[in-house]
Write a protein that binds this ligand. Structure first.
Ligand code: DAH
Length: 338
């Protein structure tokens, strides 16, 4: 008849000698695999009477459980003692951690803001989605000004648009703070410009605003001069050109002598020897009125500069598109600069 005991003994012999996972799998297949010994036994007992079948079936199942538990033990033993086939080669150089760097716009922004902070300015912010009122009307833009046209600005609906400059923050800050104060407001601005070497539909500005009982054009000039010398270097010349902005009177545009040709005229400065860095002026009485101030009691000066262009000038980058292409070979060159 069926000799379960000898099957168990053979199995134990086999499993005691198993040294590898291959041995283990072979033995497992031999006894409890689909074509293994136990399945053969189950087939054999189909010839027996129902009672005998039941009795032997039970015994074979018990044997199967025993074999399975011993297999599991062996598997644990093998997997815990097996050495990994790959060892670590400690003579290989380590992997260098990747160190990030600041974007040239962030570096420029940080330098600009810290100069103004050292002059006593505080940093404020304004929303990128502005109402037509704050962006234009409160700043004394006439209703037919081209920037108010849907072709020139990104309008979201009839009332709201992506701010075209940081100047609307002037009104918000005057409403929020009490004069006297000195603030700078950095942020993103948006205009419907096609991207080229010197334009981008999204760009950055820093707005400056000083409001006090008595500040003059002389204070504006002095402040801008200190800033420009610290930011661009002592060797650069500065000039103020009369200009026009609806929210300042008088208004000026500020130019700095070209660093490439030292003011002699080259391709970079359009042969003029000068590069425009910002707009500025004395706060217009209408702007004070819109912010709820009495223009007879306060004076103020304001300025607004493009950070992206300042970054191009500062680092000698020839094309504004490079700032926004996220090309790592470009960005990584700013590693060392904070
Ligand atoms: N907002 C102006 C622009 O985007 C720049 C500007 C000019 C800002 C004169 C000022 C200012 O604060 O006084 O072109």
């Amino acid at each position: 008849m069926i000799n379960l005991k000898s099957i168990l003994e053979n199995f134990q012999n086999d499993i005691d000698q198993a040294k590898t996972l291959d041995d283990f799998n072979r033995i497992k297949g031999k006894y409890i695999g689909r074509k293994g010994k136990l399945n053969e036994l189950f087939k054999e007992i189909t010839q027996l009477s129902p009672d005998e079948k039941k009795e032997w079936g039970k015994k074979i199942n018990q044997l199967k459980e025993l074999i399975e538990s011993q297999l599991q033990e062996k598997l644990n033993e093998l997997t815990h003692t097996l050495k990994p086939s790959k060892t670590v080669d400690i003579s290989l150089p380590g992997k260098k951690p990747w160190v990030g760097s600041f974007h040239p716009i962030q570096i420029t922004l940080h330098q600009i803001l810290s100069i103004f902070q050292s002059l006593g300015f505080r940093i404020e912010s304004g929303p990128e989605i502005e109402s037509e009122y704050y962006n234009f009307e409160a700043l004394n833009f006439p209703p037919d000004h081209p920037a108010r046209d849907a072709q020139d600005s990104f309008f979201l609906d009839q009332e709201y648009l992506l701010r075209t400059h940081t100047s609307p923050a002037q009104i918000r800050i005057m409403k929020k703070l009490q004069a006297p104060f000195k603030v700078v407001v950095p942020g993103k601005c948006f205009r419907r410009d096609a991207m080229d070497a010197s334009h981008s539909p999204m760009f950055h500005q820093v707005e400056g605003l000083v409001v006090a009982e008595s500040v003059s054009m002389g204070d504006l000039k002095g402040t801008i001069e200190v800033f420009a010398r610290r930011f661009f270097g002592n060797d650069r010349q500065l000039r103020f050109r009369p200009s026009f902005f609806p929210f300042t009177e008088p208004s000026a545009e500020v130019d700095i002598s070209c660093g490439l040709c030292q003011g002699k005229g080259c391709r970079s400065c359009g042969q003029t020897g000068w590069l425009e860095i910002m707009g500025a002026g004395m706060v217009h009485p209408k702007v004070f009125e819109a912010a709820g101030y009495n223009p007879n009691q306060v004076r103020g000066f304001a300025f607004g500069m493009g950070i992206d262009r300042a970054a191009l000038l500062k680092f000698g980058i020839p094309d504004m598109r490079w700032l926004f292409e996220n090309d790592m070979t470009f960005i990584e060159q700013f590693h060392a600069i904070q």
